[in-house]
Design a protein around this ligand. Structure first.
Ligand code: PGA
Length: 254
């Protein structure tokens, strides 16, 4: 029987010079050991090719990018396309991160186009979404998450397309703040997300969907979060920048 993937993904954001990034990739590679979890490293673009060379023979470690443009190519100064990412060994791409939504004004519609571009180029989107603090305080988190999923994903993609996506629930109030959703809050939301997927694409698809939690995951809280039945791993920001912490989180799983 097919099982859903357990994933620990590191989102380096805009961190690490060329040398520091190379050292981090190698430090993670050398201390990982065999893992039942799929480990994904998402460094800035400049690190992708050297990382793909360093990780060539390492099973279960994959490369992802942090963004891509929705178009295939052309006059879009400073941008990068899904096919370019594919050509340097990427298999995943983070889309819809709250920092992209907030600072770069990425809309539901734009995200749909980016997800399409990723899928057309055989990249698996790690689609991020999650509520801000005011919505959580107003108990509107389920409504917000439902809308984000509906408008960017459910209204546009078939079950077969959706099967290639990974979801990442990242409450904005927990990102980079040191505040983590409690295991109970994470489980409640992940269960709700899985129920939305089941309603749209059926129970079997929902059961196979990997739903990551993101927001101040650290070695100290990873085990309890990953121990929740509907939390299938994490998207790790700050703690992915230190090899020992990131590797400890990958090992927190089982
Ligand atoms: P954080 O970031 O782990 O530093 O909170 C998570 C993310 O933004 O994906």
């Amino acid at each position: 029987m097919k099982k859903r993937l357990r994933i620990v993904a590191g989102n380096w954001k805009m961190n690490k010079t060329y040398e520091a990034g190379r050292d981090l990739v190698m430090a993670v590679r050398d201390s990982l050991g065999p893992s039942e979890v799929v480990v994904i490293m998402c460094p800035p673009y400049i690190h992708l090719k050297p990382a793909s060379i360093s990780l060539k023979d390492v099973l279960n470690v994959k490369l992802g990018a942090q963004n891509c443009h929705q178009n295939e190519g052309g006059a879009y100064t400073g941008e990068i396309s899904a096919s370019m990412l594919k050509s340097v060994g990427c298999e995943y791409v983070i889309l819809g991160h709250s920092e992209r939504r907030e600072y770069f004004k990425e809309s539901h519609q734009l995200l749909t186009e980016k997800v399409k571009a990723a899928l057309e180029n055989d990249l698996r989107p790690i689609f991020c979404f999650g509520e801000k603090l005011d919505s959580r305080e107003a108990k509107k988190q389920n409504e917000v998450v439902k809308k984000q999923l509906k408008e960017s994903i459910f209204d546009h993609f078939s079950k077969e397309e959706f099967a290639n996506m990974v979801l990442a629930y990242e409450p904005v109030w927990a990102i980079g703040t040191g505040k983590t959703a409690s295991p109970k809050q994470a489980q409640e939301m992940h269960k709700f997300i899985r129920s939305l997927v089941a309603k749209k694409y059926g129970a079997e698809t929902a059961d196979l969907t990997t739903i990551l939690y993101g927001g101040s995951v650290k070695p100290a809280n990873a085990k309890e979060l990953f121990g929740q039945p509907d939390v299938d791993g994490g998207l790790i920001g700050g703690a992915s920048l230190k090899a020992a912490d990131f590797v400890a989180i990958t090992k927190a799983y089982f």
